[in-house]
Design a protein around this ligand. Sequence first.
Ligand code: ATP
Ligand code: MG
Ligand code: MG
Ligand code: MG
Length: 439
Amino acid sequence: MRLSRYFMPVLKEDPKEAQIVSHRLMLRAGMIKQQAAGIYSWLPLGYKVLRRIEQIVHEEQARAGHIAMLMPTLQSADLWCESGRYDDYGEEMLRIKDRHKRDLLYGPTNEEMITDIFRSHVNSYKDLPLTLYHIQWKFRDEIRPRFGVMRGREFLMKDGYNFDLTKEDALHAYNRHLVSYLRSYERMGLQAIPMRADGGPIGGDYTHEFLVLAETGESEVFYDSEITDLKFGDRAIDYDDVAECQAVLEEFTSRYARTDETHDAALFEQIPETRRRQARGIEVGQIFYFGTKYSEPMGATVVGPDGTRVPVHMGSHGIGVSRLLGAIIEASHDDKGIIWPEGVTPFHVGIVNLKQGDASTDGACGALYAELKAQGLDPLYDDRDERAGAKFATMDLIGLPWRITVGPRGLAANKVELTARRTGESVELSPQEAVARLK
Ligand code: ATP
Ligand code: MG
Ligand code: MG
Ligand code: MG
């Protein structure tokens, strides 16, 4: 993309409404625009990052054997009456009436709808295990929408639902989700720690929230510092192997890590004092096994091996796709702007032309731009007629991991400068070498 033809409305001033750095930087970089409290347009740069995060989620869900689909944002109230949640959900649910005075709602989550789909089409245990998911907009009428996309009212969520014959099978699905989530967050350049969470009225030990440590996080967390040394990395995993997935769960959840809702001071104090940490975190996902909570009242049953009908065991598993943009920026920025991890960056590299209008720098930048695209990379070429300082400031603000600077002096020696956003380190290379480094 040539910046002169792009739509990236960068703000010069810090927006007053932004209380935390990610919100400020997303507004300044022209990534989002608020349309109403907690409701945002995704401008091109923000939309690109959102799509990259979605793509990682899709790839990792596919790897785990989970199946993508799409359910609507609007739901009929009838289904929610069947589960009993229509009255329980309270004011967070946006309730709508259509012209026939039928009650609809903008879905805050999809347990009821997916259970309805399941019961309409699945009859036998032979069709299990089954895990379906979608990435769809949700609406929750949060009492205090704030921090930009972190706590929106309309927000994008990946939510997946497993259907299994037995509790054991459903716990294997739970473990598969844990592993796939660890992989997803790491690919986004994030450390998200699974922490024991509160099962709510259903209770039980089978729920974990994934938290990114950040001072601006809304959750209070307590953990053993050893947990931050754990990394899933690029190890191979067989998602069908029950023991292998269970071992990952044990590895990542055996050390103390809890949110304030489940915090147990006595247990915490058994950890050596030097390893005890109390901090704040951003919830970027949650996994949940809830058994037959929805399948029983809604009649989602299958014929088991012995010929009798039994309600299926279910779980639901969410990732806060749009919240992740904020979380990534909270975890990765400096005083000049965003520092995108390579896995989610909107463009791979920025090209800065120091002397726009000069035939030789324009020619070299054009050639570099074409070559990077030919290599399958997505460059952003700042071809505006602006001072070098302004171009650098924009590149630093939008946080592309690499910048190639092209000026007449360097070109005379066939050199351009390749700079890493994170470290600020630069090397002089020929244009060909610079492309080769980025491939
Ligand atoms: P929170 O505790 O922050 O209100 P939640 O526990 O109500 O979140 P879940 O029902 O677990 O949310 O939804 C799955 C994920 O969706 C969350 O882990 C979070 O990342 C994201 N999410 C929830 N509410 C919002 C929101 N208002 N804005 C953006 N993302 C959200
Ligand atoms: Mg909530
Ligand atoms: Mg929560
Ligand atoms: Mg949650």
